[in-house]
Unconditional design. Structure first.
Length: 571
C-alpha cells in the first residue's frame, strides 16, 4: 500500500486513487524479538496502544496520581480513528465516525476535551437499489433506516422484531449464560437467516448491513455473537436494539465530530505530553511476582502492571514471558478482525442534497453496498462514503484502481452522472494496516463465546486488557473503547502499590535508577517530529478529568487483587 502523510492526501488527483497509507515502523522488524532497548523507564502502569481505549486509561490514571508511559506502534495516535483533511480546517473520517444515543461515554469524553459534534445530514430520502432497480424511501417509516420494499417488508419487520426479542434475553456482561446460548453459538447468522426469512432478497439486504457492521459475511459470525452485538447497542438504562444499530435518526449514525473523531485522541495525547511514545512497537512483555517489563523497539519500561489496549489479533502477536494461559491464547487464535475498506469520494458540493437525497444507501450490489454523506459541517466540499466489507473487501484489497472504478459506478447508479468525477477519491484499507489487521471489530465465529467466555477481559497476572473488543456496551464502537479504558482503570487502581502523586509522576515516567518520582525522562529523542510536537504542545497542559476510582467494595477489590496477582503460568 502506498505510504503517504495525511497532509499529502490533499494533493490527490481526481483521476487517481489516494490510498490512505500510514507511516509505520519497518515490517521486517516484526519478525524478530529485540533485546531490551538502551533507554529504560519506570512507571506505575505501562499502556500499550494509543487509541481511544489506551489514552482514556492513561488519562484517568494520571488524574489519579499514577505515573504512566504509553507505547504506540504507529507514528500517530487514534488507533482506528483517522482524520482526512478535505479542505482548510475541514475533515472527514476514514475510521470511526459517528456517535448516537446511549453512547454516553464517548460523548462525555469529547465534551471534556472540547470536541463538538453535529447532526448527520438526514433531510430527504435514502436510496435503495435491489434487483437492478433504484428507488428512494424515508427513514421516518416503519422500517427506519432499512428499506421499505413491499417485497420484503413483512419479512423484514418480523425479522427485526425477532432479533430484538432474542437480543433482549442476552446478558450483556455474560452472553454465554443466556438460556439458549449453546444453541445460538452452534450456528452462524447465515444459517439462522435462511431458516427465518422467506425471501432471498431479505437475506441480501441483511447481509449488506452486516458487511458494514462487522466487516464480515453472515456465514462468518456466530448467531450468539450477533444477538449480543445488538444487545449491547444501548446502555445501562436502555436495552440495545437492531434499529439503534443501523439508523441515522436516533441511531448509531446520528452525529459526527466537527473536527473529526481522531481529534479526541490528539487532544488527550497533547495533554499527556511525552508520556506518549510514537513509532514504538511493543515486542515482548515479561512479568514476575514484582512487576512487568515491556520491551519495545525504542524503549524498555518497567512497571507494576501493563494494560494491553489492542484488538485480540494484535495482542496475540506480542511475545509473553511466561507464556499466556492456553485459554487466553486459544481465544486470540480464533478471533480475527473484520475486513472493511472505507472509500470516500470528495466533490465541490454535495449535489445529491439538491435532488432531495440524504446520501444514505442500502444496496444488494457492491462493492459499496452501504453509503453515507460525509460532508463537513460547513456544507462543502461534498463527501460520499461507501463501505466495502466482507468478501468484497477481500476481493478488492490491494486493487485501488479497480475499486475506484467499481465504487464510482455504484455512486453513479445511486446519485447520477455527477458522481462520476470526484475531485478526490480516497481508499482506507484497514485490512492492510500493519497495526490494525482489519476493522471495525473482532469477528467471533460459532463456539468462541461459549467456550472462551471472559477470556477477552480476564487479567493474566499483571497484564490487563482494554480496547473496544473488551466492551460490554457498544462493543466495536468508539464508546466501547472509552468504556474499556475506564473499566480497566477501575480494575487497576486498587491493585497499585505506593502513594499516588498529584501530578501523575511527571511527563514521561522516571528513568531506572533515578532518585524519586520527581526526576522525569523526556523519552527517546529518536521518536521523530510527530512525537516531539506532541511533547512540545502537551507537556504543560493539565489532564482535566477527575479520576473516578470505581471499586465495588473492599471485598471485591481484594478478590480481584488475589486473582490478578496470581502467577501467569498458574492460571
Amino acid at each position: 500500500m502506498t505510504e503517504i502523510s495525511r497532509r499529502s492526501l490533499l494533493g490527490g488527483s481526481a483521476a487517481g486513487v489516494v490510498t490512505a497509507g500510514l507511516l509505520r515502523a519497518d515490517p521486517a522488524a516484526a519478525a524478530t524479538v529485540p533485546q531490551a532497548a538502551a533507554t529504560t523507564l519506570r512507571a506505575d502502569v505501562v499502556v500499550v496502544g494509543a487509541g481511544l481505549a489506551g489514552l482514556t486509561a492513561a488519562r484517568r490514571l494520571v488524574s489519579a496520581g499514577r505515573s504512566v508511559v504509553v507505547l504506540e506502534a504507529r507514528d500517530r495516535v487514534g488507533g482506528r480513528t483517522l482524520n482526512h483533511e478535505v479542505g482548510p480546517g475541514r475533515v472527514a473520517d476514514l475510521g470511526g465516525t459517528w456517535i448516537g444515543p446511549t453512547q454516553d461515554h464517548i460523548a462525555a469524553l469529547a465534551k471534556q476535551v472540547g470536541v463538538t459534534s453535529f447532526p448527520e445530514y438526514d433531510e430527504g430520502e435514502a436510496v435503495y437499489y435491489a434487483d437492478g432497480m433504484r428507488s428512494t424511501y424515508s427513514d421516518t417509516g416503519p422500517t427506519g433506516g432499512a428499506p421499505s420494499d413491499p417485497a420484503i417488508l413483512a419479512d423484514l419487520v418480523a425479522l427485526v422484531a425477532l432479533v430484538d426479542r432474542m437480543a433482549g434475553e442476552i446478558p450483556v456482561d455474560e452472553p454465554w449464560k443466556a438460556a439458549n446460548a449453546e444453541d445460538y453459538d452452534r450456528q452462524t447468522l447465515d444459517t439462522w437467516l435462511r431458516e427465518h426469512s422467506i425471501n432471498p432478497k431479505t437475506r441480501r439486504v441483511a447481509s449488506a448491513a452486516f458487511e458494514a457492521i462487522f466487516g464480515a459475511e453472515a456465514r462468518d459470525v456466530s448467531l450468539l455473537y450477533t444477538l449480543w452485538y445488538v444487545a449491547v447497542a444501548g446502555n445501562e438504562k436502555n436495552p440495545g436494539t437492531f434499529e439503534r444499530l443501523i439508523n441515522v435518526r436516533d441511531g448509531a449514525q446520528a452525529r459526527r465530530f466537527v473536527t473529526g473523531a481522531q481529534d479526541i485522541s490528539l487532544r488527550m495525547a497533547r495533554a499527556l505530553g511525552n508520556r506518549v511514545h510514537l513509532s514504538t512497537p511493543v515486542r515482548r512483555i515479561e512479568q514476575t511476582a514484582d512487576g512487568v517489563t515491556v520491551v519495545s523497539d525504542r524503549v524498555t519500561v518497567r512497571g507494576q502492571r501493563v494494560v494491553v489496549a489492542l484488538p485480540p489479533v494484535l495482542a496475540g502477536r506480542i511475545d509473553y514471558t511466561p507464556a499466556l494461559p492456553s485459554r487466553r491464547d486459544g481465544f486470540t487464535q480464533r478471533v480475527p478482525q473484520g475486513a472493511l475498506l472505507k472509500c470516500e469520494a470528495i466533490y465541490d458540493t454535495p449535489f445529491w442534497r439538491q435532488d432531495g437525497l440524504t446520501g444514505a444507501v442500502v444496496s444488494d450490489t457492491g462493492p459499496a453496498k452501504i453509503c453515507y454523506d460525509v460532508t463537513p459541517v460547513a456544507g462543502t466540499p461534498g463527501g460520499l462514503l461507501g463501505f466495502v466489507g466482507g468478501d468484497e473487501a477481500r476481493r478488492y484489497s490491494g486493487r485501488p484502481e479497480e475499486l475506484r472504478t467499481a465504487v464510482l459506478a455504484n455512486f453513479v447508479t445511486y446519485f447520477g452522472s455527477k458522481a462520476a468525477q470526484p475531485r478526490e477519491f480516497v481508499v482506507q484499507d484497514w485490512t492492510t494496516e500493519l497495526w490494525s489487521r482489519g476493522c471495525p471489530v473482532d469477528v467471533l465465529p460459532p463456539g468462541v463465546l461459549t467456550e472462551y467466555t471472559s477470556a477477552s477481559t480476564d487479567p493474566v497476572g499483571r497484564i490487563h486488557w482494554a480496547g473496544t473488543e473488551t466492551a460490554t456496551y457498544w462493543h466495536g464502537y468508539m464508546d466501547g473503547a472509552v468504556r474499556s479504558g475506564e473499566r480497566v482503570v477501575a480494575e487497576l487502581l486498587p491493585l497499585l502499590r505506593g502513594a499516588a502523586s498529584p501530578s501523575g509522576a511527571g511527563a514521561g515516567g522516571t528513568r531506572q535508577g533515578s532518585a524519586g518520582v520527581g526526576s522525569t525522562s523526556q523519552g527517546p529523542q529518536t521518536l521523530g517530529a510527530p512525537a516531539r510536537r506532541l511533547a512540545a504542545t502537551g507537556s504543560s497542559e493539565v489532564v482535566g478529568a477527575t479520576a473516578t476510582a470505581a471499586v465495588a467494595g473492599a471485598a471485591a477489590a481484594q478478590r480481584l487483587r488475589r486473582r490478578a496477582d496470581a502467577p501467569a503460568d498458574s492460571r
